[in-house]
Design a protein around this ligand. Structure first.
Ligand SMILES: N[C@@H](CCC(=O)N[C@@H](CS)C(=O)NCC(=O)O)C(=O)O
Length: 206
């Protein structure tokens, strides 16, 4: 069987949840990491479904959109819900985590330095604490998982995004302030195949 190929940039970001799921599923994948502003990415971009990465090629098919790929891999490896209600419960918490990611990411993308700092200060006072506390409480109520009181692909989304969130929220001690996050991350990285992938992966801070 031809190897799967996963394409993203030289960072964790939106690619890492999928990489962790591929590792969990024991998929032998080629981990292509483009330079964000390099020619290789420019050459590859028109070949992607939507001009973006992450992209996964597996079993002769091409998959795009990070959460769609994560959901697909999760279901494939038995980490989806048992019915549509359960699927919904995973989706809604993943969307909530993504609300946080998008808000924090929008600050980083702000080109005007004063505006960037202003926006960060406002979000750090209002938006982030509420979302972080909500997610933390949800994890506590779900036995240390993001949904359904059991391991799902949603846990891989949070574990994969954690370093990106810490960087964008400017909260290196995020797990100290919101300890339930650490429970999810620890559970995901306790899987030997996930740990082996993470130990061998090229260094990427977030
Ligand atoms: N909704 C998409 C967003 C993908 C996305 O924004 N990818 C960025 C990197 S994080 C990208 O490919 N940017 C390069 C470009 O647009 O040229 C997903 O979740 O996969």
């Amino acid at each position: 069987m031809p190897k799967a190929v996963f394409y993203y940039f030289k960072m964790k970001g939106l690619g890492e949840p999928c990489r962790l799921l591929l590792a969990y599923g024991g998929v032998d994948f080629e981990d292509i990491r483009f330079e964000r502003h390099g020619q290789e990415w420019q050459d590859f971009k028109p070949k992607t479904p939507f001009g973006q990465v992450p992209v996964l090629e597996m079993d002769g098919k091409t998959y795009a959109q990070s959460y769609s790929i994560a959901r697909f891999l999760g279901r494939k490896f038995g980490l989806g819900g048992d019915n549509i209600q359960e699927e919904f419960e995973i989706d809604q918490i993943v969307d909530l985590i993504d609300d946080l990611r998008k808000r924090a990411g929008s600050v980083d993308y702000e080109p005007e330095p004063d505006l960037k700092e202003k926006r960060h200060a406002i979000y750090a006072k209002t938006v982030y604490p509420e979302l972080l506390q909500r997610i933390n409480d949800i994890i506590v109520n779900n036995n240390g998982y993001v949904a359904l009181g059991k391991l799902t692909w949603g846990d891989f989304v949070l574990a994969g995004l954690i370093d990106y969130l810490k960087k964008m929220l400017r909260m290196p001690d995020l797990e100290k302030q919101y300890p339930a996050f650490k429970q999810v991350v620890d559970k995901v990285f306790a899987f030997p195949k996930v740990k082996a992938y993470a130990d061998a992966a090229p260094e990427a801070l977030f």
